[in-house]
Write a protein that binds this ligand. Structure first.
Ligand SMILES: C[S@@+](CC[C@H](N)C(=O)[O-])C[C@H]1O[C@@H](n2cnc3c(N)ncnc32)[C@H](O)[C@@H]1O
Length: 341
């Protein structure tokens, strides 16, 4: 994440001014807080230094928002509150849950900086078309879109475009003119029709292992095929053209910089260890997929026993899949900074 931090820092330097007495910052889709607090620290430190020269004594207010606040987040948030107070900084924090990023979140013109990292790949919902049995857009036999029919992928692309434009439309309202929006999201290289390259961990995580684990449950009769077919992961990896088109179509933002960044999968460093102990690799992969959106989605869809059975199968399938341990994999990310104009 060092390169995205660098880009965030330089985008903050390029902001011309902040209008209010206080600087208001929002981090949308914050997850368990692992990255979020360091992002907030970066914004406050950079703007703090920058504004000290002109305004002095500027207070910062940081809003953290997500669909749900996890226990890990709340624990980290408490430590963070203490750290904030201890450091004697003029740094105030607030956290809200059940706030979707595809909705209005703040009064008009409230925010100076909006940051969202690793959240916009999650769509507001699965496009209904892909669940219409027997149609060209029906995503039969798989739970994600890598390798799916063109019509299925197009239905996701359309939803992804609507969602990004909606997100931008509301942030345009939330933000002051001159404010800065920073978005970091997993994406795909321009010109690639597939969602992922062969060296992307997403291929294994959301396609190979997911499809195998579901198929195991179908084969052993625990889950009916129809139930599997009706479950879809609302994840779409955009390319830079799609991101630029959504920004253009919404209006109100000028792209300051857009970059693609390849981030090495942290699992690469553990390949030797995992080769020696494939079961621990299986568990690590099952934990990884459960740490994100998928677990609550599955829990809302299947009963708890079936959900844990699915993740158990997922771990077994991962332990038996050593292909990914023989090569390094990379997350392809898109980082954009845009000024509200
Ligand atoms: C992978 S985590 C990213 C966390 C953190 N920002 C980071 O970079 O590590 C994605 C987060 O986005 C949140 N999210 C996904 N869809 C959302 C939505 N529609 N509204 C609000 N948050 C959402 C999820 O709840 C999850 O906490």
């Amino acid at each position: 994440m060092a390169s995205s931090k660098q880009m965030l820092t330089s985008a903050l330097h390029s902001m011309e001014h902040t209008q209010g007495v206080h600087v208001k910052i929002a981090d949308l889709g914050l997850g368990d807080g692992g990255h979020t607090f360091s992002t907030a620290d970066t914004v406050v430190e950079v703007l703090g230094r920058k504004l000290a020269a002109t305004k002095g004594g500027t207070a910062f207010l940081v809003f953290f928002s997500d669909l749900r606040l996890s226990d890990e987040f709340i624990t980290r948030f408490r430590q963070f509150e203490n750290r904030v107070t201890d450091s004697g900084k003029e740094y105030y924090v607030a956290g809200t849950s059940r706030s979707g990023i595809y909705w209005p979140l703040f009064p008009k013109g409230e925010l100076d900086v909006v940051v969202t990292t690793n959240a916009l790949q999650w769509l507001s919902h699965v496009p209904r078309k892909v669940m219409e049995k027997g149609t060209m857009t029906w995503n039969k036999g798989r739970v994600w879109i890598e390798g799916a029919e063109k019509e299925v992928v197009e239905a996701y692309a359309e939803q992804a475009d609507n969602d990004l434009v909606t997100f931008l439309k509301y942030r345009k309202e939330d933000m002051v003119v001159g404010g800065m929006l920073f978005m970091l999201m997993p994406g795909r290289p321009s010109g690639l029709e597939n969602q992922v390259t062969d060296d992307s961990p997403f291929k294994l995580i959301f396609t190979t292992l997911m499809d195998q684990a579901w198929q195991d449950l179908v084969d052993e009769g625990s889950v009916k095929e129809d139930i599997r077919d009706a479950f879809n992961i609302p994840l779409y990896l955009r390319n830079t053209d799609e991101v630029a088109a959504a920004i253009e179509s919404c209006g109100g933002f000028k792209i300051e910089k857009m970059e693609t960044i390849n981030i090495a999968d942290p699992m690469n460093a553990r390949q030797q260890e995992f080769m020696r102990d494939p079961d621990s690799y299986g568990r690590a992969m099952a934990n990884l997929v459960q740490s994100g959106q998928i677990k609550p989605m599955l829990e809302a869809y299947l009963d708890p026993d079936l959900t844990s059975k699915l993740f158990k199968q997922y771990a077994i399938r991962a332990a038996n899949n050593k292909e990914f341990l023989t090569k390094n994999s990379f997350y392809h990310m898109i980082a954009v900074s845009a000024i509200r104009v």
